[in-house]
Design a protein around this ligand. Structure first.
Ligand SMILES: [Zn+2]
Ligand SMILES: [Zn+2]
Length: 161
């Protein structure tokens, strides 16, 4: 963990975009404490600050219908980071703005996450029935047995598609 107080945590090697979390208060140098939804407050002087997610979220709240290019130019947060936030379901763009996400299963336009609501339900139902199938007829077993069985279950599930 970075304890030097640098304000960026670069994880691009893992495909995760940094949200530029504020660690140190710009006014007094106090520690910034996470308050939720991208908002932080200095534990000494209570000055508020925001990470990239917080900035984008605030902008969208105040500018209904903003699209990614506009958000980028006003907040300084890259469209790549905005798209990443959308993919992680951390925020939703409004209904009248340009939709640029597509369901990974059926290709329907979506505003957050990876799947449309219908496919998301289907996906979870499949996972649930797969879990039930895997659990059938197995009593006490070792961790290794369980792993092996889960692998077989996965393959059986895929073949049955
Ligand atoms: Zn402060
Ligand atoms: Zn879908």
């Amino acid at each position: 963990m970075d304890t030097t107080g640098k304000d960026t945590l670069k994880m691009d090697a893992f495909g995760v975009v940094s949200y530029n979390r504020p660690y140190v208060c710009k006014k007094c140098g106090g520690v910034m404490v996470f308050k939720g939804c991208g908002e932080y407050a200095c534990e000494d002087c209570r000055t508020k600050d925001y990470d990239d997610y917080g900035k984008v979220r605030n902008y969208i709240e105040q500018n209904q219908g903003a699209n990614a290019a506009e958000i980028e130019s006003k907040t300084g947060v890259s469209q790549k980071a905005i798209r990443q936030m959308l993919k992680e379901s951390r925020l939703e763009i409004t209904a009248d703005s340009v939709a640029f996400m597509r369901c990974e299963l059926c290709g329907a336009e979506i505003r957050s996450g990876r799947f449309c609501p219908a496919c998301e339900v289907t996906y979870h139902r499949k996972k649930e029935s797969q879990m039930r199938e895997n659990m059938k007829g197995f009593g006490l077993e070792s961790e290794e047995e369980r792993r092996n069985r889960n692998n077989k279950g996965e393959k059986r599930f895929l073949r049955g598609e």
